[in-house]
Design a protein around this ligand. Structure first.
Ligand SMILES: Nc1ncnc2c1ncn2[C@@H]1O[C@H](COP(=O)(O)OP(=O)(O)OP(=O)(O)O)[C@@H](O)[C@H]1O
Ligand SMILES: [Mg+2]
Length: 214
């Protein structure tokens, strides 16, 4: 079954007559990795913001499991169904990695018996050591922060994970490790949608969607 479906979607920013894109009809299934590619300015980040429910299409609709996301409670959609990993991570630098994950559990209302244990487990899953998990985020490397951002998203168990250039500033080996995490998550049934400029990342995806500049 499609988890997300775009039906003839077009978008233009408020006050602008120019459409960033139009006539997008895409289908996304669970258990697969998708790469969104295209030149700078083609509308990749804009598309992620529509898929995450931050903004609505100007024309057409987006369905989550056959239901128009406009008809799903926005808070519910964004805190339970889709997880978004921004390029800037949006982590709180003065909190530790574990605290960042716990905070996100609290915000989304997840009720784990032992939040700290669960947070440590998730951070372990994305390859952080216990010592790193207890360290303030500002003292972690870019690749480690990227892992914290993924663990934080996993903490509310979304079915779809959207990531804007998750391997943007990482070396090839770290990029492969992060992609390994995404492959495991796809095998667990999650739908992963990655915006990327990296050919290697695109090659590892099950499907590539290319946006062209208008
Ligand atoms: N808030 C905004 N208001 C008006 N126009 C915007 C806004 N944000 C982005 N745009 C424009 O929309 C187009 C698509 O931008 P977007 O950020 O989606 O591109 P992108 O494909 O993610 O590019 P990049 O690879 O550089 O990140 C660009 O022409 C951009 O200038
Ligand atoms: Mg972008």
């Amino acid at each position: 079954m499609n988890i997300l479906t775009l039906q003839d979607v077009a978008y233009s920013y408020e006050g602008s007559k120019k459409k960033v894109f139009e006539h997008l009809s895409y289908e996304f299934e669970e258990g697969k990795i998708y790469a969104i590619v295209g030149r700078s300015g083609a509308g990749k980040t804009t598309l992620l913001s529509l898929l995450s429910g931050l903004d609505s299409p100007t024309e057409g609709s987006i369905l989550f499991k056959d239901k128009d996301i406009r008809r799903i409670d926005r808070y519910q959609y964004r805190s339970k169904y889709v997880g978004i990993i921004f390029q800037s991570f949006n982590l709180l630098p003065h909190l530790t990695a574990v605290e960042n994950v716990i905070l996100s559990m609290d915000v989304s209302g997840m009720k784990y018996k032992n939040k700290k244990e669960k947070a440590m487990e998730l951070l372990g899953k994305v390859g952080l050591s216990e010592d790193e998990a207890r360290r303030r985020v500002l003292k972690l490397s870019g690749g480690q922060q990227q892992r914290v951002a993924i663990a934080r998203t996993l903490s509310y168990e979304p079915e779809v994970i959207l990531a804007d250039e998750p391997t943007g500033n990482l070396d090839k080996e770290t990029e492969d490790e992060i992609m390994g995490i995404f492959h495991t998550l796809a095998q667990e049934g999650k739908c992963i949608i990655i915006v990327t400029h990296s050919q290697e990342v695109a090659q590892q995806a099950d499907e590539v969607k290319k946006l062209s500049c208008k």
